[in-house]
Design a binder for this molecule. Structure first.
Ligand SMILES: [Fe+2]
Length: 275
């Protein structure tokens, strides 16, 4: 990895240092609340290790689910975006034959991929909109830098997790952020995460865009292969979700779930009219 902002963020010793680095690179600085949240999350990761953190969250979900029966148990562990993305990333890593540290980085990077959104001053507002000012765009981009810093506990294994998060918005055609990497310069675990994350986002919808159907999401992955998505990984994931030798029933059942109607037409309309 080069000497870009990610490399420097991973060398930061505190959220205060991260704040200075961001300002130096023309990003908005971190507000007090954001520094507090980032410090807490980073301290938690350092105390328990990133792997323990995900185990704790998984066992908490299982525990909560003890009173429930049968398929409700599966629904419970797949009921959040971050968990579904982690499950997709894990399955893709297996199909690609990634080695253990890379598989772990794909899974944990997927689970924590947007933790850096704690750095947004105005997270709920920014998350509900499609168009942004140039300054807001910088603010949104900060989440990959902050997220990478937060999970970087100092171990070699967690460095791979941090790099997965750092580069999950890079595009193979070089149009992504924050460093504009292209093709195989983007770590494979980040390319896996990008496919898993964006597929689940398409299926779940956003306040400004309704959820895509299963087939619409597959068509989008195919259409954007080579641009937004690594072509091999997008093709592989589509094959895992459709009938054939690579078909994976467990991820298919998650991908085909009924998407909650979180965003009713009235909400969409209100968001659209705000522009
Ligand atoms: Fe993200």
């Amino acid at each position: 990895m080069g000497q870009g902002i990610i490399h420097q963020a991973l060398a930061c010793k505190s959220a205060g240092e991260l704040d200075e680095l961001l300002r130096k690179h023309k990003y908005p600085g971190l507000e007090k609340d954001a520094i507090h949240g980032i410090n807490r999350y980073a301290a938690y990761c350092r105390a328990s290790g990133v792997e323990d953190l995900i185990k704790q969250k998984r066992s908490k979900k299982k525990h909560n689910n003890n009173q429930k029966q049968g398929s409700a148990a599966i629904a419970c562990i797949t009921d959040s975006h971050q968990m579904r993305v982690a499950i997709y990333a894990s399955a893709i890593a297996d199909e690609l034959g990634l080695l253990k540290p890379e598989k772990r980085a794909a899974e944990l990077g997927a689970y924590h991929h947007d933790c850096g959104k704690l750095a947004y001053r105005n997270m709920a507002q920014l998350n509900s909109r499609k168009r942004f000012t140039a300054e807001e765009r910088f603010e949104i981009q900060m989440h990959v830098i902050a997220g990478a810093y937060m999970v970087n506990t100092g171990s070699v294994e967690d460095r791979l997790v941090a790099e997965t998060i750092a580069f999950h918005h890079e595009n193979p055609d070089g149009t992504g952020y924050v460093e504009g990497l292209s093709g195989e310069k983007i770590p494979v675990t980040a390319r896996v995460l990008a496919v898993a994350d964006r597929f689940d986002t398409m299926r779940s919808g956003k306040p400004y865009a309704p959820a895509k159907t299963f087939w619409e999401a597959i068509a989008d992955l195919t259409a954007n292969a080579g641009m937004q998505f690594d072509p091999e990984i997008a093709k592989l994931f589509c094959e895992m979700l459709t009938l054939g030798d690579r078909f994976n029933e467990s991820i298919y059942s998650i991908a085909c779930r009924d998407v909650e109607k979180r965003f009713e037409p009235a909400v969409l309309q209100a968001t659209a009219s705000r522009g």
